[in-house]
Design a protein around this ligand. Structure first.
Ligand code: NAD
Length: 475
């Protein structure tokens, strides 16, 4: 039975219908990739960099087409351009770093058995499955694909079925470089296709929600293959009493609402010191009111529509729950229009941790604000979450750093918010349910695709069986 999927259009345009790859097709594709992987690895890192350079040129030739399709998929343009250009920069970054990382083979003499010399042989994991989400659909597939390919792995990648339009031009760019096309395949599909990929791959990189991440992790666990999981967040921002008020308002707003809040590192909870809480809320509400939707505009505006209509339902349900439990919404909220589902920045006070707004990921431009009395209370509130992706602290730098060290978050931005969206060369590992496995940024992003095989050379005389003779028999 063919599995036809229909993706909506975020601005109310024509939907996109496509056929998902069946599990049988995935099995066949994975078999071909696994065979091609050996040849890909045998090219050596410089050979792979050369091929990837040709792919870079093919991507740039199709920039307008890929960005245009991404804009149709996501209902926004400037962020799609940044997403494309940022992906190309990542390709350049990894092409520059890969030779040294792959050449950094450790060797020496064992300290526990001094007669044994060792060296490590780095061997690629094989076929890596990459499964991506819809919020930054190109970047969040390439983020794992690029280092995996340079490490010598083949890649079978499946972007989200919610944003399928950019896949065809991306696929064309791969196919135009035959040496790459054997080692990289991009396929369309939903959950069933994703499950089939996890069944065939030697390792899986998954970016998406916590519930799906649990399913992917369980399946990978049954197969005993590595799973690198990058999941949701509920990132807190702490504004200390010694923070600059104007900076705090500007950071809280931008880091909460950019990309209509549809970013894993979005600030979703703001805690402000008692001494500036009232002034902060007043200025934040005023600043939020100046943010414009791109709805109905030929150009201009700051926030696009929700990419996935289901997201508007989720945000609306969380706002309704908060208001039913006594929260005050000062501005913003979900707007359903013919040209899509929108949300102007919503600032809420009178909130507490029993509300869905604090328990579940929101993924929308919603800013609930609470006051705290001292550092201990700020840390307790920020850590009161099962998520632990990232966080932010604003204030005097040494004070902010001291607070940051007490937070359960994989990365903490100091005197800014959401810096992990820009900084890609520093390692970070999530706490709680926000992820599993080694960092996808910094050196380990590439090294995690290599198995360390130890080559142990006996330089002395191998021990004979007589060395193991029992001296006292227990009978
Ligand atoms: P999702 O979990 O619904 O889907 C993600 C991908 O998994 C899609 O490609 C989907 O087809 C696939 N999938 C669904 N069921 C599957 C299964 N059983 N087996 C294998 N694959 C399956 O996530 P989403 O709604 O597309 O994305 C939003 C989520 O992604 C948010 O929770 C967000 O926080 C998270 N995210 C995390 C990061 C990060 O770096 N930590 C980055 C971006 C987004």
């Amino acid at each position: 039975m063919t599995n036809v999927i229909t993706a909506p259009h975020p601005r109310g345009g024509p939907p996109c219908t496509f056929t998902a790859r069946s599990p049988e097709e995935i099995e066949g594709i994975a078999g071909n990739l696994a065979a091609a992987q050996r040849e890909w690895a045998a090219r050596g890192v410089q050979g792979r960099i050369g091929v990837m350079g040709r792919w870079r040129a093919a991507l740039l030739e199709r920039r307008a087409e890929i960005v245009g399709a991404l804009a149709e998929d996501t209902g926004r343009r400037a962020l799609c351009e940044a997403e494309f250009d940022g992906s190309v920069r990542r390709l350049d970054y990894w092409a520059e770093k890969a030779p040294a990382l792959l050449g950094s083979v450790s060797k020496g003499v064992s300290e526990t058995v001094p007669g044994v010399r060792y060296e490590h042989n780095l061997t690629p994991l094989g076929l890596v499955g990459v499964i991506g989400p819809w919020n930054f659909p190109l970047l969040l597939v390439l983020i794992d694909t690029l280092p995996a390919l340079l490490a010598g792995c083949a890649v079978l990648a499946k972007p989200s079925e919610v944003t399928p339009r950019f896949v065809e031009p991306l696929f064309d760019a791969v196919e135009s470089v035959p040496e790459l096309a054997g080692a990289l395949r991009i396929v369309q599909g939903g959950a069933e296709t994703g499950e089939a990929i996890v069944e065939c791959a030697d390792a899986v990189c998954f970016t998406g929600s916590v519930p799906t991440g649990r399913r992917v992790g369980a399946r990978a666990g049954r197969r005993l293959i590595p799973a690198f999981l990058e999941l949701g967040g509920k990132d807190p921002l702490i504004v200390l009493g010694d923070a600059d008020l104007d900076t705090a308002v500007a950071v809280a707003l931008r880091a909460s609402v950019i990309a209509t809040g549809q970013a894993c590192q979005s600030i979703e909870r703001v805690y402000v010191h008692d001494s500036m809480y009232a002034r902060f809320v007043e200025r934040l509400v005023a600043a939020a009111g100046r943010v414009r939707l791109t709805a109905g505009r030929a150009g201009g505006g700051h926030l696009g529509p929700f990419i996935d209509p289901a997201q508007a339902d989720r945000v609306q349900a969380q706002l309704a729950d908060a208001e039913a439990r006594g929260a005050t919404r000062h501005c913003g909220g979900v707007e359903r229009r013919k040209d899509g589902d929108w949300c102007a920045p919503a600032v809420l006070t009178g909130v507490n941790h029993d509300m869905l707004l604090f328990r579940e990921e929101t993924f929308g431009p919603v800013i609930p604000v609470m006051a705290f009395a001292d550092d201990a209370e700020a840390v307790r509130l920020a850590n009161d979450s099962e998520f632990g992706l990232s966080a932010a602290v604003l204030g005097d730098e040494s004070h902010a750093l001291a607070v940051a060290r007490r937070l359960r978050a994989g990365a903490v931005s100091i005197n800014d918010g959401g810096l992990t969206a820009q900084v890609s060369d520093v390692e970070k590992e999530s706490f709680g349910v926000s992820g599993l496995g080694r960092s996808r940024t910094g050196p380990s992003a590439l090294l995690r695709f290599l198995r360390k095989q130890a080559l142990l050379v006996q330089t002395g005389t191998p021990a004979p069986i007589e060395a193991f003779e029992e001296t006292g028999n227990p009978d």
